[in-house]
Design a protein around this ligand. Structure first.
Ligand code: PMP
Length: 428
């Protein structure tokens, strides 16, 4: 028995499913989850000491690689001054300034502790601001686990086959209208039906929770126009794409300005941080300036801010090298996977935007919809996953999650990963 197997057996006695977040349990790929002992740069090391080239990056935060010295040292320094005060600190101003400089549409920004908190509050704010109840989300997009958003959700909910969670009252869910990603006509139709009751559209501008699906030409622009026409708030959930597909996220990459933006993952440098922000006119409705309530005992925590400031400072100063690097690596990986699959006679399609990528076992030339993503060959994915894991490559343990490159990955890591994929494809 490996140490991971022993730990998993023990964990299941105490923790539901043995994990503190469902996708970690490997239900999407089978087998025992790898228990991690430490991570550095592009690598993670499991409890048995085996090394993995990691393309999950703690589900997004580790864009600069694990255990980056600047972030680690900033955290060490902050710890010396105490862990939390529940009172304002200068570091929160520094953090807000950095976010605004990098993502200019965020005229005002508030820190929270997770992506879930960010999206949940952005939705409440949009509702409070417009005085309307309904929201539009896209099938297969995941925005955290708040009630209104666990309707036809992606990520773990989709992996486990329960995109609509029990426990969300039908009376809540009825205000959540779901439409097809990349289908502007379906959005137009729903607004034609009840546009005056719709508070907001929330969208992952590049969907990363049903594998990786970029927006088709004109889709995001179309959402912008519909929101303008009906006075609805356009929320870009950039928890995954923020500081990832470009420094200023998908909004910078595609040149579309949302009203509100939600952030998470990279913004905390590995600490639990989320943020929401946007037009000052809307943000002024948040308490204590306005009546829409939101709060957090540990929000703006000084240790988390220190980590986030260190990460965002590097991102701001080195954007010119960071984004070309992670983009190049992701492109190279996708091309390598495709060529290796072709050589082995396996049908494979890839998607990639910046340092975010996905691959699909399908003979379709492109995957642009939720429907197509869910029709891909799951059995092949599971087998491929295990073959890659055996060879020391750690991919997201679900066919419905995007993968990530970091600045810590080298050309050699990519070459090794492609070589492993060549072996795996021939065994499928
Ligand atoms: N939105 C998106 C787009 C996400 O990818 C995630 C997490 N994967 C969330 C929201 C929720 O963030 P958290 O897990 O930090 O609550």
């Amino acid at each position: 028995m490996t140490r991971s197997e022993q730990l998993f057996e023990k964990a299941q006695q105490h923790i539901p499913g043995g994990v503190n977040s469902p996708v970690r349990a490997f239900k999407g790929v089978g087998g025992t989850p790898v228990f991690i002992a430490k991570a550095d740069g592009a690598y993670m090391y499991d409890a048995d000491g085996k090394q993995y080239i990691d393309y999950v990056g703690s589900w997004g935060p580790m864009i600069l690689g694990h255990n980056h010295p600047n972030i680690r040292e900033a955290v060490h320094k902050a710890v010396d001054n105490g862990l939390s005060y529940g009172a304002p600190t200068e570091s929160e101003i520094t953090m807000a300034e950095l976010v605004k400089q990098i993502v200019p549409s965020m005229e005002k920004v508030r820190m929270v502790n997770s992506g879930t908190e960010a999206t949940m509050t952005a939705i409440r704010l949009a509702r409070g601001y417009t005085g309307r109840n309904k929201l539009v989300k896209f099938e297969g997009c995941y925005h955290g686990h708040a009630d209104s958003l666990l309707v036809k959700a992606g990520s773990g909910a989709l992996t486990l086959g329960v995109p609509n969670s029990p426990g969300v009252p039908a009376d809540f869910a009825k205000h959540t209208l779901t439409v097809e990603f990349n289908n502007l006509e379906s959005v137009k139709q729903i607004f034609a039906d009840c546009g005056d009751d719709i508070a907001c559209i929330i969208v992952e501008p590049v969907a990363g929770n049903m594998n990786c699906i970029p927006p088709t030409e004109g889709f995001l622009q179309g959402l912008r126009e519909i929101c303008d026409q009906y006075g609805a708030v356009l929320i870009f959930d950039e928890v995954m794409t923020g500081f990832r597909v470009s420094a200023s996220g998908a909004q910078g990459y595609y040149g579309i300005t949302p009203d509100l933006t939600t952030l998470g993952k990279v913004i905390g440098g590995g600490m639990p941080v989320g943020a929401f922000g946007g037009k000052a006119e809307i943000m002024n409705h948040i308490a204590p300036d306005g009546p829409v309530y939101q709060a957090g005992t540990l929000s703006g925590n000084p240790i988390a801010m220190a980590a986030g400031i260190a990460a965002l400072t590097l991102i701001k100063e080195q954007a010119d090298s960071i984004y070309p690097t992670i983009t190049h690596l992701a492109e190279k990986l996708c091309i390598g996977f495709k060529q290796a699959a072709e050589k082995a006679g396996v049908a494979l399609t890839t998607n990639q935007v910046g340092g975010m990528f996905g691959f699909f076992f399908t003979d379709k030339e492109s995957v642009t919809s939720y429907q197509q993503a869910t029709e891909c060959d799951q059995a092949k994915f599971r087998k491929f996953y295990q073959l890659m894991l055996e060879q020391g490559v750690y991919l997201a343990p679900s066919a419905f999650e995007a993968g990530f490159t970091s600045t810590a990955h080298t050309e050699e890591d990519i070459a090794k990963t492609i070589a492993a994929a060549e072996v795996a494809f021939t065994k499928l």
